[in-house]
Design a binder for this molecule. Structure first.
Ligand code: BES
Ligand code: MN
Ligand code: ZN
Length: 487
């Protein structure tokens, strides 16, 4: 991650960043002293002249460059702050991550009235937009490596910077897991990554169940879906248990390390990106690691049922009946509806064995998510209004989007099966909604303390866009961390 430092008196400023407000005037940074301030007065006048001539407008993240050859600073970047909310500062930070400076360093003169949320947004934008996933020894092009944020009282902003660092690190970890090609990323590899990451924090424990133990305890959904792969399934249980915890939250994330569709095989185009089908598992383990890093006073357990959905002689078949953890059975007529089968085991295990206060599922569950809501918005389901609203509010504050969808009572009959407790792949009704209704059947006593997030669409970005970069977005980590921090 690039370095971000809060400094009262920056020295040797080569590239200076001046925030521009929508009024069109560069904000004056009066508290920066030393070299920077003396230049700043003359620079402010030049900046104002440039702004008057070009009409920057102050749009969040818009960059105008003012070159000052042979002078100090030798370059001024006029960057819009928009209305100055945290999201605007994220866009501001993301824009800075994409500028090119010869020595890779920038000094940002924060407006004197900027609050801690400005630093939080700025830092998250910088760290998330500068993320790269590359499997090559070739160097990436010279981009920003070092950012100095000039503020009057650094101590006032340290906590915001620390929160941003944890959030960004956790999100970047989720992106790394999700971007990794499936030749490397098998269930065992994923479990090893979680073990290694968890070792860095006190108070985290990891349990990994291998196929023999999954069979002994009756995790039939995970075993069925993982049965077609030469690389066996796993169940990762990662928990953060602080001594002062009043509540326990269980997060269950879909961890299909590759989804071919199985015997109900996907067409070529639909299969291309299916290495991302463990984005839910990546989000929940990363959120727990983030909770430990922040030492949040809430007990949080991530369950990641991991399996590779392959086509082979040992793969499960359309029409098979699967017995889940806890004894419920599913008739599965479409092996491409595999995510819900592994989640059913995870939810049932959480409800029966862990009995938490709140239960959340996060999954790249259906193509229908994008049909209903487009590419940046997750579908959110819950029977409890306050819970749904709290999670949606956390998503909005964190810069992710989740839109509540209904759980209509009259669709429940689509889950009826002639031979099992539930039918897993209804062909009627809306795909994302019926998947949620199916999952709800496994929540037991936690039925109205459960939230489900179908994040198939926002788990991936087709282009660089503000703090997102092309590829895995790490969707859910920021939402979950914000929400957990409110409990
Ligand atoms: N992993 C897919 C869902 C998906 C699709 C995620 C596109 C991200 C992008 C899931 O396992 C799946 O195949 N769902 C089916 C369900 C159907 C068979 C009931 C779908 O959405 O078509
Ligand atoms: Mn599938
Ligand atoms: Zn899938």
């Amino acid at each position: 991650m690039l370095a971000i430092r809060l400094v009262e008196h920056p020295d040797a400023v080569d590239t200076l960043v001046l925030p521009v407000r929508p009024t069109g005037a560069a904000t004056e940074q009066t508290r920066v002293t030393g070299t920077a301030v003396q230049v700043a007065q003359e620079v402010t006048a030049e900046a104002e002249a440039l702004l008057a001539a070009t009409g920057h407008g102050g749009t969040a993240g818009l960059v105008h460059e003012l070159p000052r050859p042979l002078r100090t600073p030798s370059r001024v970047l006029l960057v819009g702050t928009g209305a100055g909310g945290e999201a605007d500062w994220r866009a501001f930070g993301a824009a800075l991550a994409r500028v090119r400076v010869p020595d890779g360093s920038l000094t940002v003169a924060l407006p004197a009235d900027a609050g801690p949320e400005a630093v939080r947004g700025l830092a998250e934008g910088l760290w998330l937009a500068s993320y790269r996933f590359r499997m090559t020894d070739r160097d990436d092009d010279a981009t920003v490596r070092d950012v100095v944020v000039a503020v009057p009282e650094p101590a006032r902003y340290e906590a915001a910077l620390a929160a941003a660092r944890v959030t960004a690190r956790a999100t970047r970890f989720a992106r790394d897991l999700t971007n990794m090609p499936s030749s490397v990323k098998c269930p065992e590899w994923f479990a090893d990554q979680v073990r290694a990451a968890a070792r860095e924090y006190d108070g985290l424990t990891v349990t990994v169940r291998e196929p023999e133990q999954l069979a002994a305890e009756g995790f039939g959904g995970i075993l069925a879906v993982g049965g077609g792969s030469a690389r066996g399934p796993r169940l990762v249980e990662l928990s953060w248990q602080p001594p002062d915890a009043r509540r326990h939250v269980v997060l269950v994330g879909k961890g299909i390390t590759f989804d071919t569709g199985g015997i109900s095989i996907k067409p070529r185009e639909a299969m291309k990106l299916m290495r991302k089908d463990m984005g839910g598992a990546a989000a929940v383990v990363s959120a727990v690691i983030g909770a430990a890093a922040l030492r949040l006073p809430v007990r949080v357990t991530a369950l990641a049922p991991l399996a590779e959905n392959m086509v082979s002689g040992s793969a499960f078949r359309p029409g098979d009946v699967i017995r889940h953890y806890g004894g419920m059975t599913s008739e599965s007529t479409n092996s491409d509806a595999e995510g819900r089968l592994v989640l059913a085991d995870g939810l049932a295990y959480a409800a029966h064995r862990l009995a938490p206060d709140l239960l959340v599922s996060v999954a790249t569950l259906t193509g229908a998510n994008a049909v209903a809501l487009g590419k940046r918005t997750a579908a959110l389901y819950s029977d409890r209004d306050e819970l749904a609203e709290a999670v949606a509010a956390a998503a909005a504050a964190a810069g992710e989007r989740a839109w509540r969808m209904p759980l209509p009572a009259d669709y429940v009959e689509y889950l009826n099966s002639d031979i099992a407790d539930v039918f897993s792949a209804p062909e009627r009704g809306a795909g994302s909604v019926t998947a949620a209704l199916y999952l709800r059947e496994f929540t037991g006593k936690l039925r109205d303390r459960w939230v489900h997030l179908d994040m198939s669409a926002p788990s991936w970005s087709d282009s660089d866009d503000a703090e997102l970069v092309k590829g895995a977005t790490g969707w859910g980590v920021r939402t979950l961390l914000r929400w957990l921090a409110t409990l």
